[in-house]
Design a protein around this ligand. Sequence first.
Ligand code: IPD
Ligand code: CA
Ligand code: CA
Length: 278
Amino acid sequence: MTNLMTLERRQVHLDIATEAASTAGAILREHFGKLASIEDKRPGDLVTDADKASEAAILEVLQRHLPDHAILAEESGRLGNLDSNYCWAIDPLDGTTNYAHQLPIASVSIALLVDDVPCVGVVYNPFRNELFRAATGLGATRNRQPMSVTTTASLDRSLLVTGFAYDRRETSDNNYAEFCYLTHLTRGVRRLGSAALDLADVACGRLDGYWERGLSLWDIAAGVVLVREAGGCVTAYDGSPVDLASGRLMATNGVLHVELGNALARAPQEASRLVYRS
Ligand code: IPD
Ligand code: CA
Ligand code: CA
């Protein structure tokens, strides 16, 4: 009985997140190529009028339906009932750098966490009109059709994706060695510029795996639900349970998980052998 009620509630929350993502996606399409302002929050970390308009639209939908819930939104911070054990994590435009350069690889990412566990995730790419949805126990879909991860069983047959955080010039933990070594071991490593879409692409079976550090909760919470419900695996690099607050995670089809984790651990030593020195 309780389970059924929980699943029914999750479906309601999934539909509310979908309404918010579709509304925000339409706004992103409207502003594309017509930006009034592009500001640097910190070097390389941009915010545009489209990010703000998208976020305002998402907040309006969530606050109208669920005024008692907490919200963590990238541009507005913490809002709503901060004592609630229901918290929405919102990225109104994931892939702002692409978007500002008129490269249509970007998304809206909306997740619901219950007691800090992501349970509902919606990622919407308004340029391809691709809607990725999942909720714990309800499965994962792409444009309302069930989706699942790949069955690729070895890194040498895999296509992976990663990203580089905005602090990459300030730390040696910048993912360059990992990128170099995994490029060597696989069919390729893509850098597409939207963490939420990277996770969605693993969930729907286009890509076999993803890793990244320096992420925020709003970048990854929705995508984590997509990958898990699509049959994949999400952990820390060493295979231990992921701490989303650490901003570091590895997501794969499950079959590749140990091999990718081992390669990431070896990367700092191995990459230095691959770089040409005169
Ligand atoms: C960024 C994107 C990018 C990732 C960065 C994120 P933003 O989000 O997800 O792929 O590499 O770490 O911050 O700034 O476009 O919302
Ligand atoms: Ca983001
Ligand atoms: Ca963003």
